[in-house]
Design a protein around this ligand. Structure first.
Ligand code: ZN
Length: 144
């Protein structure tokens, strides 16, 4: 039996299992058909947040941000560009701290932007302040 890894669909948030030990070039969600290679950061609410954090075998890299935050807006394109380096390796996600204050309270977010990396439901790293694309890529490489 070949090994599988669980990837949470960025579109419908259903868990997909894909072969872990072979090179694949195409993988679509079994539920909605969305490409699992889509690296665009997924916007999470309370419910989809827990699905991704707890259901995914790959690290989930979450940017806690807000509309009014200048540095957050500055970092957004860097975050998106960094995400494109990790198809099926890391899921990039965003939490709007104004829309979902319970999530930012749960993780004690004091300053934004804050990036938290989760692995198997557990926080493994956090960093505050705007980062450039290379810094984000190098950071995430430590966890994939
Ligand atoms: Zn889907």
């Amino acid at each position: 039996m070949s090994e599988k890894i669980k990837i949470v669909c960025p579109n419908c948030h259903k868990i997909n299992a894909i072969p872990a030990n072979k090179e694949i070039h195409k993988a679509n969600c079994g539920n909605c058909g969305h490409s699992l290679f889509d690296t665009h950061p997924v916007s999470l609410d309370e419910s989809s947040f827990s699905k991704h954090i707890n259901g995914s075998d790959i690290p989930v890299v979450v940017d806690f941000w807000a509309e009014w935050c200048g540095p957050c807006k500055m970092m957004a394109p860097n975050f998106e560009a960094a995400a494109s380096h990790f198809p099926l390796k890391a899921q990039f996600a965003k939490v709007n701290t104004e829309h979902y204050p319970t999530l930012s309270a749960q993780f004690g977010i004091r300053g934004i932007p804050t990036i938290i990396i989760f692995k198997n439901g557990t926080e493994v790293h956090r960093v505050s302040g705007a980062l450039d694309q290379n810094s984000i890529v190098n950071l995430v490489r430590n966890f994939v």
